[in-house]
Ligand binder design. Structure first.
Ligand code: PBG
Length: 324
């Protein structure tokens, strides 16, 4: 098997050989496209740190979802930015909340794309934390009820799947129980299981206007230094009823994706987060990287690591590039 008998270059000689032995291929089928919905009409406001992404009112969200569907993308992931925020995150579970309205309109006008909703409170709380504040801290158990109520309100509006991202202990179980009780036992949960306290969420917090007003998220999101703990977190979510498990961010955590792939038998999503997107866009704008190739290379690496689903702001661009 060793040189000079085995010469790996023989099978790299031309594109046809390379195609034949390629282990990983990307397709539009792999992508989930995050969208930011805001109140109003005719709003399409560029997000400075995420070129090509916008805060959009429901009418534009509908158009964008149609475009995504036409490009072959199976699902969008919705984030809402409400009119008003308060201590109790009431906008998160309001019947006519921004996400609930967007879901109803999407399921009505673009029925054949999956609408997945992010279930978190940080966009809806005045303090910007992902849960209820008690004695200056994010309180776990009182947050669970609010998360469950939010998930049920999304399902009532017609969401195809809910995706809890608050990193509260027990959130998947609480949401599963809430959904089942409300008659949504058929609605799956995509759990942000191993979600790290990452600086790569920076651009997202501008987009979603969800930066914490005091402190940080380190008391509920994971320490970037921990890999074994990710396995414990995922195990809990699987036991609580997760249908899809997620690792987030993706690029600095490819080892975690690979371990999850080896240890769990559920579909795995990886979130190629805002900062990972912004880095490539910025370098491409400076002429320091070939943006198109960098995009396809990192998306391929996430799939190679073991992800079945890639949540990415590149979704539309990559789907189009793959169709060329
Ligand atoms: C909500 C949430 C965040 C992201 C997804 N859901 C932000 C955060 O935890 O601060 C980040 C996504 C991205 O950076 O693209 N909690």
């Amino acid at each position: 098997m060793y040189f000079p008998d085995y010469r790996p270059r023989r099978l790299r000689k031309n594109e046809n050989f390379r195609r034949l032995i390629r282990e990983t291929t990307l397709a539009a089928d792999d992508f989930m496209y995050p969208l930011f919905v805001v109140p109003g009409k005719g709003v399409k406001k560029p997000i400075a740190s995420m070129p090509g992404n916008f805060q959009m009112s429901v009418d534009h969200i509908v158009r964008e979802a149609k475009t995504a569907r036409e490009a072959g993308i199976p699902a969008v992931l919705l984030f809402g930015i409400p009119d008003r925020k308060d201590e109790l995150a009431t906008g998160a579970f309001a019947r006519d909340g921004i996400v609930q309205r967007a879901v109803r309109e999407l399921k009505h006008k673009v029925p054949d794309i999956l609408v997945v909703t992010d279930v978190c409170l940080c966009e809806y709380t005045s303090h910007g934390h992902c849960g209820m504040i008690e004695k200056g801290e994010v309180d776990n158990d009182s947050t669970l009820e609010v998360l469950a109520e939010t998930a049920v309100s999304h399902a009532r509006a017609g969401a195809d799947m809910v995706a809890p991202s608050a990193m509260m202990d027990g959130q998947v179980g609480a949401i599963r129980a809430g959904l089942d009780e409300a008659g949504f036992e058929g609605t799956p949960i995509m759990a942000y299981s191993a979600k790290y306290a990452s600086c790569f969420y920076g651009p997202f917090r501008d987009a979603a206007e969800s930066a914490p007003q005091f402190g940080d998220r380190k008391a509920y999101q994971m320490d970037p230094a921990n890999g074994d703990e990710a396995i414990r977190e995922i195990t809990l979510d699987v036991e609580e009823g997760a249908d899809i498990i997620m690792v987030k961010p993706a690029l600095a955590y490819l080892d975690v994706i690979r371990r999850a792939r080896e240890e769990f038998d559920l579909p795995i999503a990886a979130y190629n987060v805002s900062g990972e997107f912004a880095m490539i866009k910025a370098a491409a704008q400076l002429g320091w990287l070939d943006g198109r190739r960098a995009m396809l290379e990192v998306l391929t690496s996430i799939k190679r690591a073991g992800a079945d689903i890639i949540i990415t702001y590149f979704a539309l661009e990559a789907a189009r590039a793959l169709a060329e």
